[in-house]
Ligand binder design. Structure first.
Ligand code: 1PX
Ligand code: ADP
Ligand code: CA
Length: 561
């Protein structure tokens, strides 16, 4: 369908108001609120007392980035005490009638701030007319949430979740007239279980998660399971398309890695996240489902990692008390142990039109690749096409010894690695990037790891392969047909058991243990043999993807006009 050209914005109100004791021409149309200084007095310049009349800078705020408008209570001297006090607008001096508009301002590194402008009017009627006109425009923004369900993990990251929410986020929600029901979790899986069975979801326009990637994982498990349950979809059936969740999820970062927030917003700043929620942003996201035989295990949206990241996580769980630093300590320890694992990976490559993990086309706000109608997107609309699309692709099989097998549904950018595990992975294209790091020397592995922190290409090593996939399977070499859990308990044959024991006692030795574990968004999976499938755009976040640099470097593209 051809796009119709947008009609020009409709002029709604225009007056001369004062801003910081200067007269401004203030205009509201259906797209922007703008104010521009009107030079009333001639400027004194050396040599010529009547300098040229100059219009100072104009400011434009898109209506969709206005947070709120309020009639302002001016500070006036109190008649009896001589002290300054707040007085209601009705008793203030006639030239003290004012209203304050709060709006989004972009600062460095994709961060947003709440900025304010107070505009003074000559009379109250005009002031109220302005407040009403702006409020009317805001009420047309129906994508904005009005009532939210908030879950806070008080023990995530540095245990600051509750404080972050109360001090930085709640005031923004209340300014934007968003009401909330807040639940501070009392145990792991509290939020998941509440969402799955108890929460009255019809009451809300979205769910907010205050915590890290693990807490977000709880929220999506609750929401996805609830949605499937309500629609009669069996999660154990790995071929069945899943039903997308209708409620959007907001993440207030208060965890250890916060990569889901960082990769969808561009920063791990709670105020920025709160403002993306207020303006009602929407970012669809892919979700991987993970099965072991015919049993559903978990969903993953960020890192699904076997070998290195699995071992880092297993070790770090014992060091939770250290907070986020646990990952660095366990990272060094795991790096030194230099363990590799044998197994077989088979995968279904993605269609070529979604690009490749090495094409340097990063997923950004409004990403063209994520908007393509992919094969997987059609699957969710038309169940019959499932077998069609899946038999069309040819599965590829790779056997070997691996230091790490990582699947990233999105870039996994985070403060430790600002470009992420797979810098060109897309948030919502229905694919994951599968990264295989084969057995190599410690030095080479270190070079590979270091490239996650600089501009060099971490895939440009002979021992690293990367594929864009829609599905994959992994089978560890020593797979027991009945249950590999039993195998783990008994550690297989006597010889293997003997060597495994030695390796555990001498972790610096570079050799193969039977199994590692899968790190699934920071949770350990109970099985090594898994089947994974990417579900395109199964969930939606209150985010818009990372904005292009030019948009956030200048406060707003029009502000310098
Ligand atoms: C030499 C420095 C190398 C730095 C390499 C950094 C690569 C980092 C990629 C991180 C991808 C993160 C993907 C996200 C996973 C999260 O879902 C998940 C859960 O998050 P949550 O706790 O907030 O709930 N987080 C994680 O699993 C944490 C993974 C963190 C891994 C850190 C690894 C550090 C490695 C340091 C090796 C140092 C070798 C030094 C040798 C002298
Ligand atoms: N009240 C609670 N007590 C203990 N654990 C909790 C609680 N609420 C959530 N959790 C669990 O804490 C784990 C880590 O949470 P997360 O917020 O991701 O922090 P971090 O990023 O530090 O790992 C998650 O697995 C989550 O299920
Ligand atoms: Ca993806």
């Amino acid at each position: 369908m051809e796009k119709q050209p947008k009609p020009p914005p409709l002029l709604l109100l225009s007056s001369q108001l004062s801003f910081q004791n200067r007269v401004c021409e203030v205009t509201l149309n259906s797209a922007f609120l703008s104010w521009k200084e009107v030079e009333t007095r001639p400027k004194r310049t050396s040599g010529n007392i009547y300098g040229p009349l100059k219009a100072a800078g104009s400011h434009y705020v898109p209506v969709c980035e206005i947070i709120s408008v309020q009639e302002t209570e001016e500070d006036c001297p109190s008649t009896d005490t001589g002290k300054w006090q707040k007085v209601p607008q009705s008793v203030a001096e006639s030239n003290q009638h004012a209203f304050t508009v709060s709006y989004v301002e972009r600062t460095q590194k994709h961060r947003w701030r709440c900025s304010e402008v107070t505009l003074h009017c000559t009379d109250r009627t005009l002031c109220l007319q302005w407040v009403q006109a702006i409020r009317e425009q805001l009420s047309l923004l129906t994508i904005r949430p009005k009532h939210l369900l908030v879950y806070i993990n008080p023990y995530g990251g540095k245990h600051h979740g509750k404080r972050i929410y109360e001090q930085k986020v709640a005031p923004i929600f209340s300014r934007a007239s968003i009401s909330t029901d807040v639940i501070v979790t009392e145990r792991a899986n509290h939020a998941r279980d509440h969402l799955k069975t108890e929460a009255d979801l019809k009451k809300y326009d979205g769910v907010v998660c205050v915590g890290g990637d693990g807490m977000f994982s709880e929220i999506i498990h609750g929401l996805i399971s609830r949605t499937q349950c309500d629609s009669g979809v069996d999660q154990d059936c790995s071929d069945e398309p899943l039903i997308p969740c209708s409620l959007r999820i907001g993440i207030i970062p208060a965890g250890s890695t916060d990569c889901i927030c960082y990769a969808t917003v561009g920063s791990n700043d709670p105020v920025t996240s709160a403002l993306h929620i207020v303006v009602g942003d929407s970012q669809p996201m892919d979700v991987c489902s993970i099965h072991h035989n015919k049993t559903f295990l978990r969903y993953s949206v960020s890192l699904l990692g076997y070998g290195f990241y699995g071992d880092v996580l297993t070790d770090s769980e014992r060091k939770r008390w250290m907070g986020p630093a646990r990952y660095d300590i366990s990272g060094v320890k795991t790096f030194l142990s230099h363990r590799y694992y044998e197994g077989t990976i088979s995968f279904l490559p993605a269609d070529e039109n979604v690009g490749t993990p090495r094409d340097k086309l990063q997923c950004r706000s409004g990403c063209d690749i994520c908007r393509l109608p992919s094969a997987d997107k059609q699957v969710s609309k038309d169940e019959e096409s499932v077998s069609d699309t899946e038999t069309k692709g040819v599965w590829k099989v790779i056997r070997g010894k691996f230091l790490a097998i990582n699947a990233a549904c999105m870039s996994c950018a985070c403060p430790r690695s600002p470009k992420g595990l797979s810098p060109s992975a897309h948030l919502a294209d229905g694919t994951a990037d599968l990264i295989l790091v084969r057995k190599c020397s410690r030095f080479d592995f270190l070079r590979h790891l270091l490239r996650h922190t600089n501009k060099d290409d971490q895939f440009d090593h002979p021992f690293v392969e990367v594929y864009r996939v829609r599905q994959f399977r992994f089978t560890p070499r020593y797979e027991d047909t009945d249950s590999e859990l039993d195998l783990r308990e008994t550690e297989g044959s006597g010889r293997k058991r003997f060597f495994s024991q030695i390796c555990r006692e001498h972790p610096a030795c570079s050799c193969s243990l039977a199994h590692s574990s899968w790190n699934c968004d920071g949770e350990i999976l109970p099985h090594a043999a898994i089947q994974v499938r990417v579900h395109c755009q199964l969930i939606k976040l209150f985010a818009r993807g990372i904005e292009e640099q030019s948009v956030f470097e200048e406060p707003y593209a029009f502000s310098a006009i």
